[in-house]
Design a protein around this ligand. Structure first.
Ligand SMILES: C[S@@+](CC[C@H](N)C(=O)[O-])C[C@H]1O[C@@H](n2cnc3c(N)ncnc32)[C@H](O)[C@@H]1O
Length: 254
């Protein structure tokens, strides 16, 4: 595997495509015919590069496409058979639409929320051939929406599949401490991580949770039964988190 080499302007190439890293808070560079914009700097790129050396998903679902750079990056790096992605933005990215149009079994959905179960169910069944191996959630980073996606998608993930949640630690960063900072009134995303740790302790659904500063990875147990995802929920309307055992004690999100 060739190591990705990032240039001084954040530029790199992979699989015949060009990328520009742009981590600005706003007014990020739009993707164009020359290069896709990707909101992942070197620690993220290295994480995925290392993961790709030991994990070969048949399909990928990306939540939070933005300018398409991460979609194309994950596609070139992992080379899945099928790939799909959603973004709530109603504005499609022209260069990404051209990219998927030229390839087999590649799909993107703009104006689609990470919490829309109907769309996600259709994507997994019809576009990913019911073989969901890998989810990358880089969408809202809110506790509620990230949890909603996980509650729905984790039961659909195949045994040994991987679910990644990026930027889980925003509530603990210095810039988010003032009372007028962005998301000041939001529940911290790190609460979800703690709930998933409790779920790992309470059930045999999760084999591993690997936490880095930038993101964390949840690997589903090899023995989990993706063929009967409903069995992973208490009932049709229940949540996977209903299975947490906590000696009857309640905990409160921060
Ligand atoms: C950080 S950007 C994604 C960056 C991209 N994955 C990359 O690495 O280049 C987050 C994206 O998530 C989208 N988003 C925010 N809330 C969402 C939601 N509820 N459902 C789907 N997408 C959402 C935003 O429109 C934005 O494009």
């Amino acid at each position: 595997m060739n190591r990705i080499v990032v240039g001084p302007e954040g530029e790199f190439s992979l699989g015949g495509e060009n990328f520009v890293v742009d981590m600005s808070e706003k007014d990020r560079r739009p993707s164009d015919a020359e290069a896709f914009t990707i909101v992942k700097n070197e620690p993220y790129l290295r994480f995925y590069e290392l993961l790709a050396s030991s994990f070969s998903p048949r399909s990928i679902l990306e939540l939070g496409i933005f300018q398409g750079g991460s979609y194309v990056f994950l596609d070139k790096l992992f080379k899945p058979r099928r790939m799909s992605g959603v973004d709530i933005s109603p504005k499609p990215v022209a260069s990404l639409l051209r990219y998927v149009a030229d390839m087999k079994d590649r799909f993107v959905h703009f104006a689609a929320s990470q919490c829309d179960r109907e769309i996600l169910e259709r994507i997994v069944r019809d576009e990913l051939a019911d073989e969901l191996d890998f989810v990358v959630d880089d969408a809202s980073h809110t506790y509620e929406q990230t949890k909603a996606s996980f509650e729905f998608l984790f039961p659909l993930l195949r045994p040994s599949g991987i679910y990644i949640i990026e930027d889980w630690g925003w509530a603990h960063a210095l810039g988010y401490q003032p009372s007028d900072a962005p998301r000041a009134n939001c529940i911290a995303l790190s609460n979800l991580l703690f709930e998933q740790i409790m779920l790992m302790g309470s059930t045999s659904l999760i084999a591993e949770i690997r936490i880095c500063k930038q993101l964390y990875l949840i690997r589903k147990a090899a023995t989990a039964h993706a063929e009967s995802p409903k069995a992973e929920r208490d009932d049709e309307s229940g949540s996977i988190f209903d299975q947490i055992l906590s000696r009857g004690r309640k905990w409160h999100a921060i």
